[in-house]
Design a binder for this molecule. Structure first.
Ligand code: CMP
Length: 397
């Protein structure tokens, strides 16, 4: 590319970044995929009018409230009617690259069509009508089980934005089921994803394309969220390694409550993630998958975030504040907003190679756990590994 072409490209990219156009498009596409309206054009116009009242002053609503309601009703009943005729066509493949060996493909493909669950579930940001459409599901359970599930769900990355009442509704809706040893709890490719699961007792292994992954679920681990969150076929097989007690949550409760939380989270993080240099290589929907997997954590000044020589299970992106990196007690560097650390222990079998300490009064980080690191950051592992070589001087064996 000539210097003149590069300059033009940079100018265009700067414009898009400055005006927030990329993040706007991501949000619109995300809402389209969630809502799958009959009329995407009027949906987008309405989205802009509703969310940018100042910028759209002087433009009229495409439809008044009454006609909008009738459009929605028509869309809803259309979805119900279509449910019978289209049962065999649940998931229309996107035209995206489908090379199975590519990490990118471990990310769920967002289908072009809504899965006909019979009833249209509205999960658009902030307008979750949880009581109007979806019946509350409740399975009796003892206090101990309730406590355990509440703790698991409150700490779960999926539920980090939920109110206590929402967590309690999820806890009520979990149903206990058992699986014998060596039984498929989830089968890869299954189009009928009915549940999200949390392992109560026992352990289960994950297989992708019949290859056993280096991942074993134990008590408290959740799985089976991808097919529900992205309306995609089951991305992996999860098989019990011994007799297991498993909690399962129906897809309707999962979608209405957990997805609502996921949308809030995406809204909070997508614009930030777009500005993180290392993540600029990711496609917008890969960044959404990453946003879903992030767990926010805050550290006060001088708190040790990562300790040299420890085993590490988390990758960190700095959302705000600065940290100090030390090795053998000696200062190495400072990292700031948008920088990352903690990848070496996850990409290699090495222990933590340095100590990272919160330097500013409060440091906010977004973490990605080892269990999902490869799935959500797989597309970047080559770049992360390459960048890692840059500080190979500091590495110990
Ligand atoms: N590398 C992986 N790729 C896809 N799914 C995985 C992977 N590791 C664990 N899983 C879990 O396996 C589950 C299979 O069902 P889902 O696709 O609904 O959700 C999936 C994830 O929860």
């Amino acid at each position: 590319m000539s210097a003149a072409e590069s300059a033009v490209q940079k100018e265009l990219q700067d414009y898009l970044a400055e005006k927030g156009v990329n993040s706007l498009f991501v949000k619109i596409v995300e809402h389209l995929l969630m809502e799958k309206p009959e009329n995407p054009v009027s949906f987008m116009v309405e989205y802009l009018l509703d969310n940018f009242p100042d910028e759209t002053t002087g433009f009229c609503k495409v439809a008044d409230k009454a006609s909008k309601a009738s459009t929605n009703a028509a869309a809803s009943s259309g979805a119900t009617e279509n449910a019978e005729t289209e049962e065999k066509e649940y998931y229309e493949e996107t035209d995206e690259d489908d090379d199975d060996d590519d990490y990118v493909d471990e990310l769920p493909q967002v289908p072009a069509k809504q899965r006909p669950t019979g009833r249209r579930v509205s999960v658009s940001a902030g307008v979750l009508d949880m009581n109007a459409e979806v019946k509350e599901v409740k399975f009796d359970k003892c206090d101990e089980d309730k406590e355990t599930l509440t703790k698991i769900m409150s700490e779960s990355v999926l539920c980090s934005h939920l109110e206590p009442a929402e967590v309690s509704r999820i806890v009520d809706a979990f149903e206990k089921v058992t699986f014998d040893a060596d039984t498929e709890i989830i089968s890869q490719g299954d189009l009928e994803a009915e549940h999200y699961y949390v392992l109560g007792k026992g352990s289960a292994a994950v297989y992708k394309d019949e290859v056993k992954l280096d991942l074993v679920y134990g008590a408290g681990d959740g799985f089976g969220e991808l097919a529900l969150m992205y309306n995609a076929p089951r991305a992996a097989t999860v098989k019990s390694l011994e007799a297991c007690e498993v909690w399962r949550l129906d897809q309707m409760t999962f979608k209405v409550i957990v997805m609502g939380s996921a949308i809030k989270k995406r809204e909070r993080y997508t614009a930030f993630l777009e500005k993180v240099p290392i993540l600029s290589e990711m496609a917008p929907n890969e960044r959404l998958v990453l946003a879903d997997a992030l767990r926010p954590r805050t550290f006060d000044k001088n708190m040790v975030i990562v300790n040299e020589g420890d085993n590490g299970d988390e990758f960190y992106i700095i959302e705000s504040g600065t940290v100090r990196v030390e090795k053998g007690g000696k200062f190495i560097s400072n990292l700031k907003e948008g920088d990352y650390f903690g990848e070496i222990a996850l990409l290699t079998s090495k222990k933590r190679q340095a100590t990272v300490i919160a330097e500013s009064d409060s440091v906010k980080v977004l973490t990605v756990h080892r269990k999902v690191f490869q799935r959500v950051l797989g597309p970047l592992s080559e770049i992360l590994s390459r960048n890692m070589e840059a500080y190979s001087n500091y590495l110990i064996a």
